[in-house]
Every structure is written in structure tokens, then in C-alpha cells.
Design a protein around this ligand. Sequence first.
Ligand code: SF4
Length: 340
Amino acid sequence: MTALHRLDPVADVGGPHQPLLEVRDLTKHFPVRGGLIGPKPVARAVDGVSFAVAKGETLGVVGESGCGKSTTARLLMRLIEPDSGSLTFDGEAVGTRLGLSLRDLRRRVQMVFQDSYASLNPRLTIADSLAFAPMVHGVSRRDAMEVAGDLLGRVGLDPTSFLGRYPHELSGGQRQRVNIARALALRPRLVILDEAVSALDKSVEAQVLNLLVELKRQLDLTYIFISHDLNVVHYIADRVLVMYLGKVAEVGPVEAIYGRPAHPYTRALFSARLSMDPDARTSAAPLQGDPPNPINPPSGCRFRTRCPHATAVCAEREPAPVDLGGGHVVACHLHEAAHA
Ligand code: SF4
């Protein structure tokens, strides 16, 4: 048994059919300057987002910058406090008196960010960075150092060569491997990867993606994989959630989202993507312009100002999610009549 495996993983509670994470109506509005008269203006970064993550899956989250993907990730970790909404982790409500404490949540859920250098303390050796969290959780220094060596080996770095180094002595790819190792040090069940491979060269990116796939298998992990790169998400995700201006536009299995995108925004997003597969190319017009200001988003459907199919009802009423079958759900009025 390896040092890492001696650290008890948090036990499964609800069995394979209970979602690992359920998110209900998550909302975060950030106050902005201005508005001396009347209500204070807010940026509606995340506005009533609901979804679930099944045990063992990789949920890809895509959308243009500013759509709320990264704010959603920080809300899931409770790095920022939501205004409203609920999180349930393996059946336990998060942050309630009788539910899961934030300390327990942060053992179960870990995050890897895009900036590999800023994520590591420059004054700590790699060994100390990796051993820190296990020691905080009561593991002896000797055992924590053994865990650090085990973790480095798992992410493809030779412990004898890397344990004593400092972050500035590593390449970007090596530092991101260390960040992944550090995220695994407490045996989390869910890892949120926020643009975690986006800053890497393409060849290094492919190696790190393969590493993530292997670690998920070895350690029974579940991933939320946030990326603006649709090709990378296609490669790694089982299901995909598409966000637009703080809302969920569409969610479904990766084959459905990439093969039969139902939301005009998803189709436009994908039309800009280079595909080697002629069957995967879409004929939708690419996205024009920038998303509207989240301080004063359009009424009804938020995509209506850029949507080629918008009608009067799109301005009057927000579209409700429509189940297209097989877990494929879209929020667009075009589909309501067909599935009524
Ligand atoms: Fe376009 Fe209307 Fe569908 Fe929104 S609801 S995506 S505006 S057709």
C-alpha cells in the first residue's frame, strides 16, 4: 500500500446513483460602482445556476469569458460566499448546522487553477508544499513527506530530483503537475480544474490531460473541468454544461452537445471551432460581438440580442429548461412547443 493510499479517502455515503454534487439555484451578484439614485447596480455573475455531478464523471463547463464559469467554481469551493442557493455533497447539505462543514467540504473538494506559479508558495520547497495540507490534518511530518514523494511519482516527477526544489526551478508543465499532486494530497473526491491546462504548450497540455485521466482512474476521482478550449473538453468530458451570461444554456452528454447542439448559443460557439471531422462542423453563423453587460442583462432570454432565431417571446419570458431525453437539457423557447 502506498503512502497516499494510507490516507483514508472520505467514504462514499449515498451509493453510485446519488450525485456527488447537487447545485440548486446558485446565485452571486457583485456590487459595482455607480447608481447614486435607486437600487445599487450589481453584476449578475452567476444567476440561478442548477446542475448535478455524478460520481466518477468528468463534467466539462464551457462558455465565453465572463459567462460565470470561474465564479461558479469558486462558489462550489466556497472561496466566495453565494448570495443564495444550495450545495449538497453526496447527500449532505453544505454549510448548514447539521450538514457538511466548510472544512469538511474543502477536504472533499480541491481545485487546480490556471496560473501554476501563483498557486505555489515560492518560499516552500516542493516537499513542504505537498506535505503542508496532510500535516494540517494531523499526519506526522515523516508520513507527510512519504505522501509527498508518492504524489510526485504519481504525477510523473522523480521525487529524488524534485522534492528539494523550489517552484522557480520548475517549468510551467512541471509546476502544474505539482499543483495537481498538491490537490490530491488529502484524497479529495472531487477536483475542480479551472483552465488548468490552458497556459501549457500543446505537447505538455496533452501529457497533463493524459495524466489527469490516469489519476482519475487510479484514485476514483470526479472532475469538473472548466475550459474555453472546446477540443480539450471534447477529449476529457463525459457531460458538458454550457454557460451564457451567468445562466445554464444547455447541458448533456458530450456526444449530444457536440453532435446535436440544441441551443443557438452552443451552435454558434461551436461553429467557430476548428474540427478535423467534417460531420462535426456546424453551419450555424459564428458568434458576433461580445456578450451583453452582466450589470444590465437582456430581459427574457439573455442570448436574444445575439440570437438569429429570437422572437417576441424571447424578450418577454426567460426560457425554462426543456428535457430532450437522455439527460440532454436546453433552455430555449424554440424547443418548448416541440416537447410540450
Ligand atoms: Fe434564441 Fe429565443 Fe432560444 Fe433565446 S430563447 S436562444 S433568443 S430562440
